[in-house]
Write a protein that binds this ligand. Structure first.
Ligand code: AQP
Length: 323
């Protein structure tokens, strides 16, 4: 299996990114050929300050490495270090039907919210298709919001293969862990930077506690019996906790006598216990920027070998070069 996925350097990694995607990256690197990239070309549709973008790319690399991405097992690279992806995007664009892009919810949702859409946002699924197809990827670990874009990738790949009458591209499958596919944010909606409801993995503990304390709950008092299954605090706690720990907290909800403040404190303690070691690893890595730069440089070198091979196949199929 060839596994590939990417994360946008648009800010700090949040719990949705970690549980929805990054945790699966780390799991899959154990057994498969895994490529993970920092999607700086995608981020250009939202980050318009060059210093911010550079800092975000470094931070994303630090976050991924601290959380367990192992450069000995997986290839980590920055999207724009592989220029072949831009050329492949154009080749794919020429076979992408407009109606496929028009129905993509990432574009539709932003447009509905009045966020001005430029061509980059509209065509971003084609760049994503190139990201995936350029490496003959079989499996793409993602959260629920990205499944539709992988379907677009399959459609575009299939159309290219049909038009040029050969199997140029491998058709990828999404890899989604259903229970983690849509992590809720502070307001109970999907955790997302654009909804301003995120909890970042590497938050300063005091700020983290404050954010957790602001998670929306119903207005039941301490003595009231509460329902864990409809409570965002409990849904988030489940991400971190063993079955026994989940059962113990659920019992407290159902017994009454526990306020939401106490449940939130339990969630905070659990988050600190799980992410604590990653905080230390991140601080060590941040103190050695050359190591991170080398990892990304080596990763790009490795990724480019495959990218060059696949792009050559695609160019040949449609009659570019070779005169
Ligand atoms: N809430 C979520 N639950 C499960 N998975 C999620 N992912 C994102 N949010 C959730 C998954 O994280 C991976 C990286 O996504 P991205 O690079 O698109 O991340 P993002 O821009 O940080 O995601 P946001 O916050 O949701 O961004 P906007 O606001 O731009 O839409 C992907 O696999 C994604 O599915």
């Amino acid at each position: 299996m060839r596994v590939l996925s990417g994360i946008q350097p648009t800010g700090q990694i949040h719990w949705g990114n970690y549980f929805g995607a990054v945790r699966q990256y780390i799991e899959l690197q154990k057994h498969d050929a895994a490529l993970y990239f920092i999607a700086d070309l995608h981020a250009l549709t939202t980050v318009r300050n060059p210093a911010d973008l550079r800092r975000n790319v470094t931070n994303a690399a630090l976050d991924l490495l601290a959380l367990g991405l192992d450069p000995e097992k997986a290839t980590l690279y920055v999207q724009s270090d592989i220029p072949e992806v831009a050329e492949l995007t154009w080749l794919l664009m020429t076979v992408t039907q407009m109606h496929l892009l028009e129905k993509c919810h990432a574009y539709k949702d932003k447009k509905a919210k009045g966020i001005a859409a430029d061509a980059g946002l509209f065509t971003y699924p084609v760049l994503m298709a190139a990201d995936i197809l350029l490496y003959d990827s079989n499996l793409v670990p993602v959260g629920q919001d990205q499944i539709q874009h992988i379907e677009v990738t399959r459609d575009v790949a299939q159309r290219f293969n049909t038009i040029y009458e050969r199997e140029v591209f491998v058709l990828p499958e999404p890899y989604v862990v259903q229970s983690l596919a849509k992590v809720p944010g502070l307001d109970g909606e999907k955790m997302s930077k654009s909804y301003n409801n995120t909890i970042e993995v590497f938050m300063e503990p005091k700020q983290l506690r404050k954010k957790i304390m602001s998670i929306k709950t119903d207005s039941k008092g301490v003595a009231d019996v509460k329902a864990p299954e409809t409570c965002s605090v409990f849904t988030l706690f489940k991400l971190f906790a063993s079955e026994d720990q989940q059962a113990a907290l659920a019992a407290k909800y159902r017994a009454g006598g526990m306020g939401y403040g106490e449940a939130k404190q339990t969630l905070y303690d659990q988050a600190m216990a799980v992410f604590g070691p990653a905080f230390d690893r991140r601080a060590q890595l941040a103190a050695s920027p050359d190591t991170v730069r080398d990892v990304l440089r080596e990763g790009a070198k490795k990724a480019r070998v495959k990218a060059t091979e696949v792009l050559a196949r695609a160019r040949e199929a449609c009659g570019l070069g070779g005169r």
